[in-house]
Design a protein around this ligand. Sequence first.
Ligand code: SF4
Length: 68
Amino acid sequence: MAERIPVIVEEECIACGACEEICPEVFKLNESLGFAMVINPEGGDEACVQEAIDNCPTQCIHWSDEME
Ligand code: SF4
């Protein structure tokens, strides 16, 4: 089980789609809602998630230790 999971601060997301492009197993852009969602927190490896975090233009993806 993953020790940490990515979370998206939806209010800060500009729906650019970069996270989904980089790590589609984990992130999915919800165009009708206007932000991206974590569809499968443990679906990708950490390097992929980290790359998405590093490339998010508003830096609204964070690691969380909390399993929701
Ligand atoms: S990369 Fe960041 S701003 Fe872009 S869709 Fe993903 S969470 Fe939103």
